[in-house]
Design a protein around this ligand. Sequence first.
Ligand code: F6R
Length: 613
Amino acid sequence: MCGIVGYIGRRRALPILLGGIKNLEYRGYDSAGFAVVSRRGVESRKAVGRVARLEEKIGDPDRFPGTAGIIHSRWSTHGEVTEANAHPHADCRGRIWLAHNGIIENYKELKRALARTGHTFHSETDTEALAHLIEEFTIRTPGLAIEEAVRLALLSVRGTYGLVVLDRESPDKLVAARNFSPLLIGIGRGEYLVASDASAVLKHTKNVIYLDDGEMAVLTPREHTVWDLRRRPREKPLHEIEWTLEQAQKGGYSHFMLKEIFEQPEAIENALRGRLVPKDGHAQLGGLETVHERLAGAERLIIAACGTAYLAGRVGKYMLEACAGIPVEVDVASEFRYRAPVFRKGDVFLAISQSGETADTLAALREAREKGVPTFGIVNVVGSTIARETDAGIYQHAGPEIGVASTKAFTSQVAILALLALSLGRQRDLSLTQGQEFARDLARIPELMRRTLGVDDEVRRIAAACRDFKNFLFLGRKYNLPVALEGALKLKEVSYVHAEGYGAGEMKHGPIAMIDERFPSVCIAPRDSVYEKMVSNIEEIKARRGPVIAIATEGDQEMGAIADHTIFIPKAAEIFVPLLSVIPLQLFAYYFGVEHGHDVDRPRNLAKSVTVE
Ligand code: F6R
C-alpha cells in the first residue's frame, strides 16, 4: 500500500529518493518521510500530506550529503495520519531506521515485551516495534552485524512486510526484506536502489531482481547478496523492465485516469497482439502451455478477484459460458478465501489482478494451490507475486496503470477473457466458422473503442448537467450487468457520490422505490438480445419521473426519444459490447469527479495496490 525507496551508491541519496517516491505516490500518499546517513549521522524529515509537503520542508536537498538513504510514502493502517506515525521509524538511539510496507500482526506483544526492557515508543505504528526489536538484538550482542539483527528480528515477527533498514553504524549498507509485500532491487553501476515498485527505479536502471517471500538482501555500493531467513544464499535471476519512464507519466493529459481511459484501444491491441488468429478462428495463449491439458479438460473454472478485476471476471463468466460451455464461478477473493470453498476434480482456478499484489486475491490463489487445483492468472504487472505464484498466466501488457481507479486494466482483462473463451471454445464445440466470426469481431474492437472515445465532450457536458444529483442507479442486463456495477463503482470512487449498480431485471424487486425526479438512472441499453427488456425498464423509470442517461447503439432514435441524455456507442457483436459501453461510464465518473474538484487520480481513502486485507 505504501511506497518505499532506498538508495546506496556514490551519488547524493536524497534527490534520487525524492524522484523515486514521487513515481510511487499512487501507492500511498497521506504522509512521507526520509532518512539519509552521512558522516554527520542520520538526518531525517517527515511531513503529513503529499511528497510535495516533504519537499517544502526539506528546502534544498543538497543540504543532505548522505549517499545512502530510505524514503517512504504512507497509506495509514495503524495509527492516525501524523508526523509521528510517518515512516521511517527509528529505535531509541536513532541508530536504526526502518521504512516498512505491510502489517506486523504481533506488534502489540512485541511492544509490551520491549517496553519491559526499557524501550520507549514515539508512534502508534506497528512498524516502530520492529525498529526497536532490531535494536534489542544489537544491544544483546554488541558488534552484531545489522543484517543479522534484522534477520533475528524478522524471525520473531508475524505479519507481512516489504522493508528497508538503514543503520547509522553501517553507513555503507542497506538491508531489505520481503514477506507478502512487494520489493525489488534495482541494479545500477556502483549503486543500488530498493523499491516497492519498478516505476521508482526506472530512471536509473532497468535491471532488477525481485525478492520473494522470506528473502532478505544486503546491499553495499559494490555488491548485493540475497539470503533466506535461515541464512541460505539465494541465486536471483536478473529481469529487465519493459516499461519506459515516459509510459509511467501523464503524456499531456490532465490526469492519469483520463490518459488511461484513452489508452484503452492500444491496451486491447497489446492484449490481442500475437494471440488472436482471425484466419484460424483461434487464440494462441502461450503463457498457458503448462496448464493446457488441464484447462482443455476443465469441468469448472473458478475465478477470484477484487473490485474492478472481479467485475471483469463477471463479464468473463458470460463469455466463457456462452462460447466454451464451461461452468464458471466468480467470487470476490475476500469471500472466497474465508468461505471454505469446495473444490472438485476438474476444477481450474483463475486469479485476475492488475497489480498482481492484491492480498485477498493472492490468499485465494494460495488456498486453491494448497488444495492441488491448477492455477493461472491474468495479471498486468510483470514479475508481481500473483504472476510468479500461479502455475501459468497471461500478461495483460496494458502498461502501467497509475490512476487509482482502474480503467484500461478492466477492458484489457475482459479482452483476455474473450481470448480465453475463444481458445477454450475452439477446443470444445465452437466451430471454425463461429471461431472466425468471433475473432473478426474481437479484432475490430480497438477501432470501435477509438470511435467510442469520441463521446468525450458529450459525456463532459452530461456530467456537468448532472452535477447536483447526489444518487445514481446504474442498470444493465446480461453482458452489461457487470458493466453497470463497474460504472457505479467508478463513480463512487472518484466523485464520492452514492451510486448503485443493479441488474435491470431486479429493479422491480426493490430499487424502483427510490426513483423520483432527483434520482437519475444510467441505463446501458445497446441493441442486443435484451434490448426490449431494457426499454421496458427505462419506461418504468420515466413513468416515475426519474431522469435517464442511456448508453445506446448509434442510430437508435427510439432511445434518443425516451432518455433525457443519450450517449451513442458504435454497433458491435453483443458479447464485446462491454468493451465499449464501459467507456462512457468511465468518462462520466471522471468528469463528475473533476466537476466536483476531486483529485480523481488519488481518490481519498483509496490506494492503488491493496496489499493488506
Ligand atoms: C477500482 C479498483 C479496485 C481494484 C482492486 C483489485 O477502480 O481499482 O477495485 O480493481 O483493488 O486490484 P488488482 O486488480 O490490482 O488486484
